[in-house]
Ligand binder design. Structure first.
Ligand code: NAD
Length: 416
């Protein structure tokens, strides 16, 4: 495999490995390799300058044998049907690994949200929702935020869906603001899952969490919250980075103060009393736990042999290439794959949906306790399977996810 693979070729290659290990028949393999439904829509809106803007959007619904489709919506210039298809497939496996009753989906609009006004973004979101109306909904497909969409985007989706339906339907979307039915704990959920997985891996390898050295790449929602949670658990944060560069300190950084600095200046760089390093340096920092929480393709065959950590817990989607996976495994580094490590976000989205359907609002302690229980169970399921199969945790997680979905499809049967 080369380093230049697209998300879809990686996703299909991963499926092939899992299908072979699980000895799935060729029909089931082909069925899982193609999404059940892919919709392409032309989203036409009135621009602020009075002209008509036309944007191409899509929604890919991969498989829903275990429950309604679930997955984020991204607004980005590079959104393609292939990329969204790969992401929808990963959502299917992720929901199955953490054992929540959803299938996988993903959506996107090819646009540059940085060039659109708030009004244009609202019109884009509402028009897109109206075009998808017949295919989404609380029991069909439940969208959530992804790259460059947020709680406000979800509020517009909920309102548009509710206006067309004729009554309020908060359960049609997750990741909403708390004032309209969002869940407590959603903002930190992905990071809590990432750190809980790292904690379980540390336990298994006899590594003490107190004083364990942690390096975090990316200081956005996932990275900063992961640094904060790890720090509060007693870890020492030795390096962090964002798109502008990195900082490190052998004595340890206070992530709250770094966050304050980033909020004021826009970056972690120039934080006082630490060393200024590059992004590459942060990934190669000597540490016990490395949390890539920025972009895909960060640990590659070029730097895999320079990574000096015991555990990698993937906050980002796809930060490690398949070639790097092999190198890390051969070097005895425990890698907790994205479809397990960052599944805390969709799990708390599931809790939000359950709260909306039952018209309840749980306290944050209850949400986090339930999340932790789900994450620990999923981690142990994958860890035990990896030991039994003598394979990487990524292959074990794929086997678990793909196996559960294949089993559900087999049990339901094909109709007609
Ligand atoms: P975000 O936009 O809040 O943060 C991204 C961070 O990465 C920013 O600090 C940015 O400066 C930094 N960054 C960008 N390029 C970088 C580079 N070259 N080197 C170092 N840092 C760089 O995004 P987020 O919500 O924190 O998501 C991060 C990753 O986690 C993405 O891959 C996303 O798909 C994944 N993820 C997020 C969630 C969630 O709940 N937010 C859930 C699952 C997976």
């Amino acid at each position: 495999m080369t380093e230049k693979q697209t998300a879809l070729t990686v996703a299909l290659e991963q499926l092939k490995i899992a299908a072979e290990k699980l000895e799935l028949d060729s029909g089931m393999h082909a069925l899982l390799a193609h999404p059940k439904r892919s919709l392409i829509v032309s989203v036409a809106i009135k621009m602020d300058n009075g002209k008509t803007g036309v944007f191409i959007g899509c929604r890919v619904q991969h498989w829903d044998a275990r429950g309604p489709f679930k997955g984020g919506i991204r607004y980005h210039p590079n959104v393609t049907l292939d990329e969204v298809t790969a992401l929808s497939m990963w959502m299917t496996w992720k929901c199955a690994v953490v054992d929540i009753p959803y299938g996988g989906a993903k959506g996107g609009i090819t646009c540059n949200p940085k060039e659109l006004s708030k009004g244009e973004l609202e019109r884009l979101t509402r028009r897109y929702t109206s075009l998808l109306y017949d295919f989404i909904g609380p029991h069909r497909d439940v969208p959530a935020p992804d790259v460059y969409t947020d709680a406000q985007t979800m509020a517009w989706i909920m309102d548009t869906y509710s206006q067309i339906t004729g009554y309020s339907v908060p359960e049609c979307v997750t990741g909403k603001p708390i004032s309209i039915g969002g869940s407590e704990g959603r903002e930190q959920a992905t990071s809590l899952g990432v750190v809980v997985c790292a904690r379980e891996a540390a336990k298994n390898s006899g590594l003490k969490l107190k004083g364990a050295k942690v390096a975090v790449q990316g200081y956005g929602n996932v990275g900063w919250n992961a640094a904060k949670i790890a720090y509060d658990m007693g870890c020492k944060i030795v390096a962090v980075s964002d798109s502008m560069g990195g900082i490190s300190s052998a004595r340890g950084l206070n992530p709250y103060k770094v966050y304050e600095h980033k909020s004021k200046t826009g970056s972690v760089v120039n934080f006082k009393g630490c060393e200024h390093v590059t992004n590459e340096d942060v990934l190669e920092t000597e540490c016990d736990i490395l949390i890539p929480a920025a972009l895909e393709n960060q640990i590659t065959k070029t730097n895999a042999d320079k990574i000096k950590t015991k555990i990698v817990s993937e906050g980002a989607n796809g930060p490690t290439t398949p070639e790097a996976d092999k190198v890390l495994y051969q070097r005895g580094i425990t890698l907790i794959p994205d479809i397990l490590a960052n599944s805390g976000g969709v799990t708390t989205s599931y809790f939000e949906w359950v709260q909306n359907l039952t018209r309840e609002h749980w306290p944050v302690e209850e949400v986090n306790r339930k999340l932790e229980a789900k994450m620990v169970k999923a981690f142990n399921d994958v860890y035990k399977l990896a030991k039994k199969e003598k394979c990487e945790m990524r292959t074990a997680a794929l086997m678990l996810g793909v196996g559960r979905v294949a089993e559900a499809i087999k049990t339901l049967g094909l109709w007609p």
